[in-house]
Design a protein around this ligand. Sequence first.
Ligand code: PRP
Ligand code: URA
Length: 209
Amino acid sequence: MSKVMIFDHPMIQHKVGIIRDENTDHKLFRELISEIGMFMAYEVTRDLPLEDVNVKTPICETTVKRVAGNSVAIIPILRAGLGMVDGMLNLLPNAKVGHVGLYRDEETAKPVSYYCKLPDNITTATCIVLDPMLATGGSAVAAVDFLKEKGAKNIKFMCIIAAPEGIETLSKAHPDVEIYCAAKDEGLNERKYIVPGLGDAGDRIFGTK
Ligand code: PRP
Ligand code: URA
């Protein structure tokens, strides 16, 4: 089974509480999704490879650590995953960004694919898939399937709200993929929305209905 990390940091829980509130408007919602993504990125990138680089301080020459170039690919699942990209890039400005376009069919809740464009470093990079919502897990599994078909080997999945059903489905399909969530909720309702959740993340980020 996958390694699963649920964040219990007070600042993250505080911000998650605000985005759950239906009265939070899309401007604040979008800002908080990005900020939560940035906080989570510290933990998700904990084991990034470092390389030694020689620099000269004002005092002497020394060897310092740098995150290895070309070592991270960020892959948002469209649309809602886009909301987490800026927060990640604040921390990892050199990361490459790929896009996987998937939407859930409203009747079946199954993912429908419409776009996939990935950077050239995915076979060697740490690939971090972003989506605020892990509900049934169908979209996450499909996105990881795409990445593996293209040769990605080191994949992490980062979401803000996860349903236990989604964690189980992703973990069974791809046990090698580490899952990071800001909150694990109770479950899914009859329309496969996360309860208590925050509603439709894409609509709330972009102000659509
Ligand atoms: C949402 C969300 C995930 C997916 C999660 O996207 O952003 O991609 O649903 O559900 P699942 O785990 O059951 O697959 P949606 O299909 O609403 O598309 P959108 O981001 O374009 O609004
Ligand atoms: N997608 C969302 O945006 N929200 C949910 O609760 C489930 C899927």
